[in-house]
Ligand binder design. Structure first.
Ligand SMILES: *[C@@H]1O[C@H](CO)[C@@H](O)[C@H](O)[C@H]1NC(C)=O
Ligand SMILES: *[C@@H]1O[C@H](CO)[C@@H](O)[C@H](O)[C@H]1NC(C)=O
Length: 223
């Protein structure tokens, strides 16, 4: 991991209000026909890691994300070693070889980007309570026309207390990273406004995935 820090004047010059407007179309509130969720309390940065053995070294897959907002620039990292501005979720793969103590960042993949977020939400099947939130990212590597678009699949489980998020898996063929996270914000409010926290509702048919409102789709059609 190189920790030299060239200063990137253009990034520093970015007015925070301009950066914030990039995700103006994503208000972090989602709904299916039977329920809605306000996820705005999840707008802070989280990191989960997973270590994969690859003798004689090991790979650490690190997912850093903010469900609602863009990630801040990572101080002390080269631009090439971090996701570009406008990224909400970034997967960094680090190769560690303990003997010589050298860590190398071997891949930096935007899993969710503001310009093409297209949030998709689906409700969990009762008796489980919560939702799946799929956020879309960029192709990686972006220079290769055959590369796949990556995405972050957040499974948010209704729980009265917030737990640490868990790295569930990274499906390289589909480019999907799965993360599971127990949070109170995943407890649904039913459409009449009452908060569904007693689990007494009769089982319902699973709601189909619904694209959340946002400009991402419009942008998609513009292309
Ligand atoms: C996201 O995770 C949920 C729960 O594990 C799963 O049912 C769903 O198929 C996943 N979606 C994608 C696109 O992989
Ligand atoms: C909430 O999280 C705690 C701690 O992980 C766990 O023991 C409990 O079963 C969870 N509750 C629900 C309803 O999943």
């Amino acid at each position: 991991m190189r920790l030299s820090s060239p200063i990137w004047p253009c990034l520093l010059a970015l007015d925070p209000s301009i950066a914030a407007s990039l995700v103006a179309s994503w208000d972090c509130k989602v709904a299916v026909p039977s329920a809605s969720w306000d996820l705005t309390s999840l707008s802070n940065e989280k990191i989960v890691t997973h270590t994969r053995s690859s003798p004689p070294s090991e790979y650490v897959e690190e997912v850093r994300w903010n469900t609602c907002n863009e990630l801040k620039e990572r101080e002390g990292y080269d631009n090439a070693d971090q996701c570009p501005a406008g990224t909400l979720a970034c997967l960094t793969e680090i190769n560690k070889k303990n003997k010589d103590g050298v860590d190398r960042i071997t891949a930096v993949i935007p899993l969710a980007v503001a310009s093409d977020l297209r949030p998709e939400v689906s409700s969990m099947q009762p008796p489980s309570k919560g939702l799946s939130l799929l956020l879309h990212g960029s192709s990686f590597p972006s220079s290769d026309p055959s590369s796949i678009r990556h995405s972050l699949n957040l499974t948010l489980l209704c729980n009265s207390s917030e737990e640490s998020p868990k790295f569930v898996g990274f499906d390289r063929l589909r480019g999907v990273v799965d993360i599971e996270w127990s949070v109170p914000a995943a407890c649904p409010s039913s459409k009449d406004g009452s908060h569904d926290d007693d689990g007494e509702k009769p089982p319902e048919k699973e709601d189909p995935p619904v694209p959340a409102a946002g400009g991402g789709l419009g942008w998609f059609f513009l292309m």
